[in-house]
Design a protein around this ligand. Structure first.
Ligand code: BGP
Length: 474
């Protein structure tokens, strides 16, 4: 057994997102976001109080300090600042985030701040969301407002969290509001628009001469063919363009390659929809931004294995944690299969640490403009068992998951790939978008009734890692 030592300036962080952790969805003048309406109509999951970060951020940041966690991902809920997405500013929302950022610095915790983490203001979704110019203009204006307002407190900005998860779940799988199905053309148009507005925001940030850094966060699921057959290989290429390649090209090189465009056209036309238009003037904006982008964030949880499939789309989302209930076959793309020899979580997410290394190598090899990478989310959904306040919560499978992925990240760093920090999803237990509260990810267990926090075994394990920076390698 040897040891790997992470660099001294490496961030060991914890990740959160406003709508998942803050609760207080009706407080202090906050406007409605898409989830408020959707969850009310579904009437299954209540986002309040979640882990009540809105009132308990001081406690959580003190825990970070105690457990040597020196960075946190937080997001700004756009509708706390602009309740209608645009126009009138809500000063209580503005003040709240000042307090959060100041508390971060007081505790020696660097905030990495996301401008959009799935919580579009409802008023802008009503105008067409990512498909409407009004929303895109409002997003740019909101970003500029935040840059100016928080310039002395925020050194790391993230424009959008996971553009593709948002677009695919809003328009293809129907698991995010407004829950459309099989709208591939709209899905790619939404991604195209997100890539473009992200680029405009990066360019505006740089033009204004702020001293901080700006990046974007992508959900990257590494895609492999289930066999060597040409059909399976092609299905993997199609899935990869849908999950990864389209927006990696758009944000990291600023140019959609011919291969990328041919693959997305194939998906869109197989579904009898119209190919989206790619405009040269937009690509000029993308290229300028790609050259100025300071970092890319990688969210990695699982890999996908693809088989050729020519039938109609059938998607069944495992949101209950009942293993084996996930089905995903997409017309014009392929079918996801679960290799028997690979472990998976109760929510059927295939655990494959090699996938994070392969994805990092791919970014490093194919997108030479990238010179700083953060793993902005990685973690394991688990049904943690709370026994009693004096008994440590044993989440050994999570520790193994985190260790095995960090081992691959260490390999990437040894190979010269510039990974500069790692954020466990999630810092504390919180609400999971499509799975509610039984899917826990936190280093800190939250009793949602009393709001008491209990460090899990993984929190102690992570503390030791952050203190020593040493990771035992197999
Ligand atoms: C990422 C999101 C997070 C978080 C995480 C876990 O895609 O950025 O917000 O939710 O996935 O996903 P889930 O809660 O669906 O298990």
């Amino acid at each position: 057994m040897t040891e790997f030592k992470f660099p001294d300036n490496f961030y060991f962080g914890g990740a959160t997102a406003a709508y998942q952790c803050e609760g207080a969805t009706n407080e202090d003048g906050k406007g409605e976001v898409i989830w408020d309406k959707y969850l009310r109509e579904q009437n299954t999951i209540n986002p309040n109080p979640s882990c009540d970060f809105y009132h308990r951020y001081s406690e959580d940041l003190a825990l970070c300090n105690k457990f040597k966690i020196n960075a946190i991902r937080v997001s700004i809920d756009w509708a706390r600042i602009f309740p209608n997405g645009t126009g009138q500013v809500e000063p209580r929302g503005v003040a709240y985030y000042h307090h959060v950022f100041q508390e971060c610095h007081k505790n020696g915790v660097e905030p990495f701040v996301t401008l959009h983490h799935f919580d579009t203001p409802q008023s802008l979704q009503d105008k067409g969301g990512w498909l409407s110019q009004e929303m895109l203009d409002a997003f740019l204006a909101y970003a500029k407002f935040c840059f100016k307002e928080y310039q002395n407190e925020v050194n790391y900005w993230i424009t959008i969290n996971e553009p593709t998860s948002m677009a695919c779940q809003q328009y293809v799988s129907g698991t995010f509001p407004p829950a459309y199905h099989d709208q591939f053309s709209k899905c790619f148009q939404a991604e195209y628009n997100q890539n473009l507005v992200h680029a405009k925001i990066v360019n505006a940030y740089k033009e204004a001469g702020y001293k901080g850094k700006i990046g974007i966060v992508h959900a990257l699921q590494t895609v492999y063919p289930a066999s060597d057959s040409l059909g399976d290989q092609h299905a993997a290429a199609l899935k990869d363009v849908l999950e990864n390649r389209f927006y990696l090209d758009g944000t990291l090189s600023g140019k959609y390659s011919e291969k990328t465009l041919a693959l997305i056209k194939e998906i869109i036309t197989a579904n009898d929809q119209e190919m989206i238009a790619i405009k040269a003037k937009d690509e000029r904006i993308l290229q300028k931004a790609a050259r100025q982008l300071d970092f890319v964030g990688v969210n990695y949880y699982f890999s996908k294995f693809m088989k050729e499939y020519h039938g109609e789309t059938e998607i069944s989302h495992n949101g209950t944690g009942q293993k084996g209930t996930d089905v995903n076959r997409m017309k014009g793309v392929g079918e996801e299969v679960h290799p028997q020899d690979l472990p998976a979580t109760d929510w059927d997410w295939i655990i494959y640490p090699q996938g994070i290394l392969d994805q990092l190598k791919r970014i490093n090899d194919n997108y030479p403009l990238v010179h700083e990478i953060y793993i902005t989310e990685n973690g394991m959904g688990y049904k943690d068992k709370f026994v009693s306040p004096d008994k440590l919560i044993d989440d050994t499978p999570r520790i193994k998951y985190l260790h095995d992925h960090l081992e691959k990240i260490a390999e990437a760093i040894e190979a010269g790939i510039p990974v500069c920090g790692y954020f466990v999803w999630s810092l504390q237990d919180m609400f999971s978008w499509t799975n509610g509260y039984s899917k826990r990810y936190g280093l800190f267990y939250v009793d949602f009734k009393t709001q008491a926090r209990y460090p899990k075994a993984s929190a102690y394990w992570y503390k030791k890692l952050a203190e020593t920076r040493e990771l035992p390698k197999k």
